[in-house]
Design a protein around this ligand. Structure first.
Ligand code: FAD
Length: 490
């Protein structure tokens, strides 16, 4: 048995692992993705991605494919049992990323687009039916062992990324503990094929009915989802019965408008791994964090991990940066994920109230807040980066950098012009980038005329001559261009 070698070994060919593999392959990093299954996970999971994730898909070359089967999310409402509005979020405006703020998708279609893109990458390979069994780690790297249909395989790599889902055998093998944040609710998820969209809600709903908390959301084109909280004493095999599901759907009056496509029972959890890096071992996606799906952010968070991690790995592997740079990964990502998990738990606790008195108290408090204009109703902001590879103290550092776009058909977006690396946008003429690895662009550059006024606005608002934007579109820092270039050196 030959030992295979690569720079980065990713265990898990879900959305986090394949997105990371695509970024690394595009940068020329040799990557193996080992996936225990042959097929993409077929049961109901992600139905929503936010605008930042579409930008990530754009960056790995699959946004058009995914958007072709998705639709914008519109409004997201929390209702009482008798359909009074407790909360109503308007998610119809475009996000700062240049893509619709909220997008309803079909996770297997999104994963298929990622995998088909990967098939064309010479530097990354997905090995299906490779089951991670064990590993030995040393300061210089890792040897990982797999069971495959052709017998055992070993891969030696500089880094191993456990993108192997909630149970994460890599996390287990590394001995990394996971904190349980105390959410644990059983739900039935039902996906349907739509025949008559006019008979379905045109918005995403959480019906906070203590008799049966229920989610009703749009998905990618031609599909619609319901989720039903499972009551004490109900067994999985009973609630998965088609006749039981038909009874649950009856109040929605959708007989003939939809047919059942797939169904599953899940326990919704909230958990965070204590360490996201241990020597050559890194964790990404559900392996590092799990959250209940009420904010539609689990997969989104895993794809943000990939966007955060790839360029740090590239700097260490290709540019000889100190591998302590990888410690910034958890420092940067964990507060963002924690903020999102807290939001998902809050939404979940609002919905999953089954005691009628508690539900009545919740309803009257939330209705009063809404009547007084105290309810949140806009796009959610996610916590910015507050520590790690940013120039602390400079205006805008750690915030999300927008992507200006043109209204041409097809639309031209800033990242399509600039490409994947770190960028310095300057309004004070050409600045030598030295060996910083940065691409420097003057605002006067004719290729970004469509973006000039938006970039200028950003610089004026932050009182800066230049802004240095990291490859994941978070701001490293702003201010004097020469100072930014010097500070960016690893
Ligand atoms: C009902 C529901 C609704 C959801 N809705 C949303 C939503 O709207 N938006 C959103 O963003 N997220 C949503 N999520 C969450 C989202 O589905 C997950 O967060 C996402 O799939 C995690 O991706 P991942 O790549 O990290 O892990 P996974 O998709 O779990 O992939 C891990 C991969 O690792 C492989 N693997 C495991 N063990 C091994 C091994 N030993 N060797 C090799 N390979 C292995 C698995 O086969 C799997 O393919 C939802 C989840 C559920 C359950």
């Amino acid at each position: 048995m030959a030992v295979r070698e690569c720079d980065v070994l990713i265990v898990g060919g879900g959305p986090s692992g394949v997105t990371l593999g695509l970024f690394l392959a595009a940068a020329g990093v040799s990557t193996i993705i080992a996936e225990k299954e042959q097929a993409i996970y077929p049961l109901p999971r992600g139905a929503h991605i936010d605008h930042e994730i579409v930008r990530i898909l754009q960056n790995v070359g699959v946004a058009e494919d995914v958007m072709a089967t998705s639709r914008t999310g519109g409004r997201y409402e929390f209702l009482t049992a008798d359909r009074q509005i407790l909360l109503s979020f308007d998610w119809t405006a475009p996000g700062a990323s240049g893509w619709p703020y909220s997008n309803m998708i079909h996770q297997p279609s999104l994963e298929a687009a990622l995998r088909s893109r990967l098939a064309g990458c010479p530097d990354a390979v997905l090995q299906a039916e490779w089951t991670f069994v064990s590993m030995e780690t040393a300061s210089q790297g890792v040897s990982a062992h797999f069971a495959t249909p052709a017998g055992p395989e070993t891969v030696r790599a500089r880094f191993i990324v456990g993108a192997d889902g909630a149970r994460s055998p890599v996390r287990e093998a590394a001995g990394i503990a996971i904190d349980d944040l105390g959410f644990d609710e059983p739900w039935l998820v039902v996906d349907t094929i739509v025949h008559d969209p006019a008979r379905l809600p045109d918005r995403n709903l959480q019906v906070c009915d203590p008799a049966r908390p229920t989610t009703c959301v749009m998905m990618g084109n031609g599909r619609h989802r319901w989720e039903f909280m499972i009551r004490p004493g109900e067994r999985s095999e009973d609630v998965l019965d088609d006749a039981f599901i038909a009874d649950l759907l009856r109040p929605w009056d959708v007989e003939g408008a939809v047919t059942l496509e797939r169904k599953a029972v899940y326990r919704f959890h909230a958990r965070l791994a204590k360490q996201w890096r241990l020597g050559p071992v890194l964790l990404a996606g559900d392996a590092a964090h799990q959250m209940p799906p009420f904010a539609g952010q689990g997969m989104c968070s895993g794809m943000r991990d990939a966007a955060n991690l790839w360029w740090k790995l590239v700097e260490v592997i290709q540019s000889g940066a100190d591998d302590r740079l990888l410690d910034a990964y958890q420092a940067e990502r964990e507060p963002n994920v924690r903020g999102i998990v807290d939001m998902a738990i809050l939404m979940g606790r609002t919905v999953c109230v089954t005691d009628p008195e508690a539900a009545a108290a919740r309803d009257s408090a939330m209705l009063a807040d809404r009547a007084a204009g105290r309810s949140p109703d806009a796009q959610a902001g996610y916590p910015p980066i507050s520590a790690g590879r940013i120039l602390g103290g400079s205006a805008g550092a750690g915030g999300y950098f927008p992507q200006p776009w043109s209204n041409d058909q097809p639309a031209l977006r800033l990242d399509d012009v600039t490409g994947p690396g770190p960028m310095l946008f300057s309004r004070s003429g050409t600045v030598p980038a030295g060996n910083s690895g940065l691409r420097v662009m003057e605002l006067a550059d004719p290729s970004i005329t469509f973006a000039k006024s938006a970039l200028e606005d950003w610089l004026v608002r932050h009182d800066a001559d230049a802004v240095l934007v990291r490859p994941d579109h978070y701001v490293f820092g702003s201010g004097d261009p020469a100072r930014l270039i010097a500070a960016w050196q690893p």
